[in-house]
Design a binder for this molecule. Sequence first.
Ligand code: FES
Length: 175
Amino acid sequence: MSQTPTLNKPTRRDFIVLTANTMVGMGAAAMVWPLVDSLSPSADVLALSSTEVDISSVPEGQAITVMWRGKPVFIRHRTAAEIKAAREAPLAGMIDPQKDEDRVKKGKEQWLIAVGVCTHLGCVPVGYAGDYNGWFCPCHGSQYDTSGRIRKGPAPKNLLVPEYQFTSDNVIRIG
Ligand code: FES
């Protein structure tokens, strides 16, 4: 008696694998949607597309963090020594060479404004820390200088300087 070929027929194992794969696919889709949904800015975040900050109460040598578009922004009132360190640092050999002069407003060099998100994997660096007394990211050890430039560690880019302007001597508008 000849046996019926079964090569093209799904076996019980195939069925289980197919079912399992389908369930994994459904699970993945179910997980992706909340992620995509969470990435869409909420109405209140959109409303904060720009924000005004009064910086008159930030003394020299200190910094504040404000939230803008759901991200922390560091506003640092730099000392003369911090500005000097940032300007004298040789660009050669920097991971993302950029002059300090190009990261601040002329005449307002004491104010450094930078998005407080490490350019490696997005942690929030700690201020007044690390070898350069700028910011230190505890996640994987990236070190930024007093200009927010990456100087050591795995981060590939300087801290982002957002678009901002001084609307008066003591008020900046970010965004
Ligand atoms: S996220 Fe900052 S060093 Fe990795």
